[in-house]
Design a protein around this ligand. Structure first.
Ligand code: HPA
Length: 250
């Protein structure tokens, strides 16, 4: 019997604009009805599985979080036959344990962004509709990522609340205190509207959120891009090991 497995897409963020080890079969520039994707879709094979890779900020990294055409990205992935997405996000850590190098698989999200095109159901592209978003991250896919991390002996926090902020500036101490009171564990700039657009297209979506700095006011240091880059280099490797575990078990 020939069972077709879901086609997995990997969306890479800051620190992951190319996917190491991916055997590329072809790249496709996509102009959707809603505009151009951040970068070409890269089709290939990773650990024996077909995957599609997309660099969220372009390659090289050029698009700030609020300028990413999330709708075009998600639509192009859907049209390519993708049915599950592992999103990789670099985030700031707010709560205990969310220190640089920690990895969180969030199960909830709060959207603090504004002015982004955040739905397909806008009455223009598609008629108005309201999707259920009780569980913004796909629980089954998230659990598989958690199991993959365990199988590779990589510590991850299972569950957590992702605060999606507008950026591109980082937050003030007061803003982070407010996010903490709201129950947020990590803060990043790209979680929304990506997660909801995936839901609107019925694509399973989960995130591996790598903490690259303590959020504003949570350490004595100011946040520098140099420090973030150092963490990214090591941390993204661990994220890739989790993805390897996931694909090997597929
Ligand atoms: N805040 C928001 N987004 C981020 C951060 C942060 O501290 N670090 C990485 N992405």
């Amino acid at each position: 019997m020939n069972i077709t497995l879901p086609l997995t897409a990997l969306i890479g963020g800051t620190g992951l604009t190319q996917y190491p080890g991916l055997t590329i079969s072809h790249e496709k520039n996509v102009e959707t009805d809603l505009g151009q994707t951040s970068s070409p879709l890269v089709f290939g094979e990773l650990f024996g599985q077909p995957v599609v890779f997309l660099a969220r900020h372009g390659h090289p990294h050029k698009l700030p979080p609020h300028k990413v055409n999330y709708r075009a990205n998600l639509l192009a992935l859907k049209q390519a036959g993708v049915s599950e997405i592992i999103a990789v996000n670099a985030v700031g850590g707010i709560t205990e344990g969310m220190d640089a190098q920690a990895i969180c698989i969030p199960d909830q999200i709060i959207d603090y962004t504004h002015g982004r095109e955040d739905t397909f159901f806008d009455g223009v592209y598609k008629p108005l509709d309201h999707v259920d978003f009780t569980h913004p991250y796909d629980p089954v896919l998230s659990e598989k990522l958690y199991k993959a991390a365990q199988s590779k002996n990589i510590d991850v926090q299972k569950g957590g609340v992702y605060a999606a902020t507008q950026g591109p500036r980082l937050e003030t101490i007061a803003e982070i205190n407010r996010l903490e009171k709201d129950g947020c564990d990590v803060v990043g700039m790209t979680g929304m509207p990506e997660a909801v657009l995936a839901r609107e297209l019925n694509i399973a979506y989960a995130s591996l959120s790598l903490v690259v700095n303590k959020a504003a006011g949570k350490s004595d240091e100011l946040i520098t891009m140099d420090d973030i880059r150092n963490v990214l280099d090591q941390g993204m490797h661990r994220v890739q090991v989790i993805i390897a575990g996931f694909l090997e078990n597929k």
